[in-house]
Design a protein. Structure first.
Length: 586
């Protein structure tokens, strides 16, 4: 039999063959439509399980509880919108860092961003996740936020016998991170975790003085003193938990959280344990609750204690006047006794006193202080006198200028972690408070001492200070201060200074999987450490992002940042809480 004409024609090519294929495909699919439908429904329902993280889209999310707030929407910057573009650059930097951690280190604590290795330096519970949650929220990264909530939701904070959680670090990073993420999202899983962790940390306060010890085993409640300092605990460790435990008491209704964290406060509301009517020693005896009066500082080992005196007052609705008074007294004492002006360039810096003498060391950590002072000045209800307001404002500006110029001086544009400032032959000549007195008596000619903007000094020998630790550890304190200065003064120079820091980070710290600390800041090719502390994601990138974002996403009168940059909401104690917790609102 002859083939029919149609079957005898040459095989179809090109568009014709595609049309035929499509027709065949649809023909087949129409026969299997019911199976296709079932497959689509299964994929839809189980999207989170089957869809790889990086491809996941909003539709497939199941982890967000119904209702509750949503993060701010991500609006891609319009052409020519300079600051929105810069904020978006920071968001991209955060995503680079977190995705590197997620792909190579999660669920370990931190990522080694050059090699992609991981490290457990905070008990192996995944500290970078906890420290990053609220940054994701504020940056509008909702999928990433809920992925991470799912990752942390299984946490048990377990610990082998003989191990101890570092109370201070766990409070400010893990507990602070959970509480802030809860406050922003109202996801009940985060509250449950925070309460669980709070319970496990409470035994740290079981000391004769009520001062928390250095370490606690989260499984057994067994405690341990810090290795080097006998039964001493440092000031920052005693007084950097009041925000977290007071907010936790408020949202759980558990008075024990409030009582534990408030007890040490009652030891310092008076002046009997202070020097110069407001300075608090760096080390304290856990048994007696008494200070070891040999060292006074506003940076390492002390810094966030002063920060929490003001911030717990702000967070709890500005009602507990004893905390406010304590802040004002201690800030005045710092300005009076720890601030010096160097003999070159009029550098204003805050240093520490050892056995009564200034060391002239300045730590990057101390760059939180100008922001704190500015925040106080910005709060009318703080009730500073006119004279105090002036001095706090001048000190804030002068110290913030120093924190900017120690970045811009170096080749890399990044600041040393610790340096020593040149000193006068007669030490007293440098004391800032005396110089301000002299300037006032002379009729206030020119700017107050140590407050002028400082031009860059490229020559290391002319800078007026020498690095002790010539390394930038991705620390946040300077950009934290730039952010507060920008919000409280509206002067765009603070934004520009923050942008310069970000450009340097991109140039020198950005590596394959994230960002790294660097050493030798005056070399064009600095040494790279291969570490990325979680505070970089919690604080440094968050403050930079907020600095460049026009909208005030975290209004300073409604939220208060803990010392790890986790914002907690301002609230008022109810009458029931005041009675049940025994809160002194006088
Ligand atoms: C952070 O963990 C906190 O800001 C803490 O109070 C001090 N230092 C680091 C970052 O430098």
């Amino acid at each position: 039999m002859l083939p029919s004409p149609s079957s005898a024609s040459p095989p179809p090519r090109g568009g014709f063959s595609l049309a035929l294929l499509t027709r065949n495909l649809f023909g087949r699919l129409s026969r299997w439509w019911h199976l296709c439908l079932v497959l689509i429904v299964i994929l839809w329902l189980s999207g989170s399980a089957f869809t790889p993280r990086r491809y996941r889209i909003q539709f497939f999310k199941s982890s967000r509880p119904a209702g509750g707030p949503r993060p701010p929407p991500v609006r891609l910057p319009a052409e020519g919108d300079l600051w929105a573009g810069r904020a978006h650059d920071v968001r991209k930097a955060f995503m680079h860092a977190y995705k590197g951690y997620q792909a190579h280190a999660l669920p370990s604590d931190e990522l080694r961003p050059m090699t992609g290795e991981q490290i457990n330096n905070f008990h192996g519970w995944g500290v970078t996740m906890y420290d990053s949650l609220d940054t994701m929220w504020l940056m509008g990264l909702e999928d990433m936020f809920y992925d991470t909530v799912q990752d942390v939701a299984k946490a048990t904070f377990s610990m082998a016998p003989g191990e101890h959680a570092h109370f201070f670090e766990v409070v400010i990073r893990y507990l602070g991170g959970l509480l802030s993420a809860y406050a922003l999202s109202e996801d009940p899983r985060l509250l449950k975790l925070a309460d669980d962790l709070g319970e496990k940390l409470l035994p740290a306060f079981d000391t004769p003085s009520g001062f928390p010890v250095y370490g606690v085993n989260t499984a057994t409640g067994e405690t341990i003193h810090g290795a080097r300092d006998g039964e001493m605990v440092c000031l920052a460790e005693v007084f950097s938990n009041q925000m977290e435990f007071k907010y936790l008491a408020h949202i759980t209704g558990k008075s024990k959280y409030y009582k534990a964290t408030e007890r040490p406060m009652r030891a310092v509301y008076g002046t009997e344990n202070t020097m110069h009517d407001g300075l608090l020693a760096t080390m304290w005896d856990v048994n007696t609750g008494k200070p070891n009066q040999t060292h006074f500082s506003a940076s390492g080992r002390a810094d966030s204690a002063y920060e929490y005196f003001l911030k717990q007052w702000l967070m709890t609705g500005q009602k507990v006047s004893k905390a406010r008074d304590l802040y004002i007294r201690s800030a005045n004492a710092i300005l009076e006794h720890l601030l010096y002006v160097g003999p070159h360039r009029e550098l204003l810096y805050v240093t520490d006193l050892k056995d009564g003498a200034p060391t002239h060391h300045f730590e990057h950590l101390a760059c939180f202080l100008p922001g704190l002072l500015a925040l106080g000045v910005h709060t009318p209800a703080l009730g500073l006198t006119a004279g105090e307001r002036e001095r706090h404002t001048w000190a804030a500006h002068g110290l913030a200028n120093l924190c900017a110029v120690v970045y811009s001086d170096t080749v890399t544009g990044l600041s040393p972690d610790n340096f020593v400032v040149d000193r006068w032959a007669e030490v007293e000549r440098g004391l800032w408070a005396s110089r301000v007195d002299v300037w006032e008596r002379a009729g206030r000619v020119g700017p107050p001492p140590g407050t002028a903007d400082l031009p860059r000094e490229a020559a290391t020998e002319a800078r007026g200070y020498s690095p002790v630790t010539d390394a930038y550890l991705l620390r946040p304190e300077a950009v934290e201060t730039f952010y507060i200065m920008w919000r409280t003064t509206g002067d765009v120079k603070w934004r520009e200074r923050g942008w310069a820091v970000f450009v340097s980070l991109e140039t020198y710290s950005r590596v394959k999987y994230g960002y790294t600390s660097i050493r030798y800041l005056d070399e064009r090719r600095p040494y790279r450490f291969d570490d990325m502390p979680s505070w970089f994601l919690a604080e440094t990138l968050k403050y930079l992002f907020l600095l460049f974002t026009d909208e005030e996403l975290v209004p300073l009168d409604k939220w208060v940042f803990n010392t790890e940059a986790h914002p907690l909401p301002v609230f008022e104690w109810s009458q029931e809480e005041i009675q049940e917790f025994d809160i002194d609102v006088a």
